[in-house]
Design a protein around this ligand. Sequence first.
Ligand SMILES: [Fe+2]
Length: 170
Amino acid sequence: MELTFEKPAIRLLENEHRYLAYLAEEWHPIVLRLEEEEDLHTARVLLGTLRERLERFRIPLKKHTDKEEEHFFPVLGGYIGFEQGPLVGIQEEHREIEAYLDHFMHRTEGNPDLLLLDEIRAAARDAGEAFEVLTVNRVKEESVLFPIAEARILPKQMLGLYERMNTMIV
Ligand SMILES: [Fe+2]
């Protein structure tokens, strides 16, 4: 997929969004399937796979959101403020995504062969919610924060930001 932003620091974040969206496509179809699955044995097997993939997914996701919160948001906040405006809601969404994923992990802990279809569906719904918030969050960051950042952050600060954020999330 083509990248939209030009400044290296913002492009780097956009690139991470692409990567995370690509990874999410490895588990989101399982969520959708679990919402429909009638066979308990199949559902348990699928849930095991979903859990494994989500455990892996959380690592680069956390590195990405940490990077935004420790480096990008504080710099951007210097221009647009923290108390009100888009940064508040966007950070809350990061917490929401984590909470849904925590909830999923909690619900699916232990022996999957003890879970019933209803419990599996409830867990899958948490993973589905995490996906929805993640998608909204990415779109908001790219349509609201990134354009403001490119237009307003001064070159020297942008360069410093790039240097601090130029680390791998995998
Ligand atoms: Fe992001």
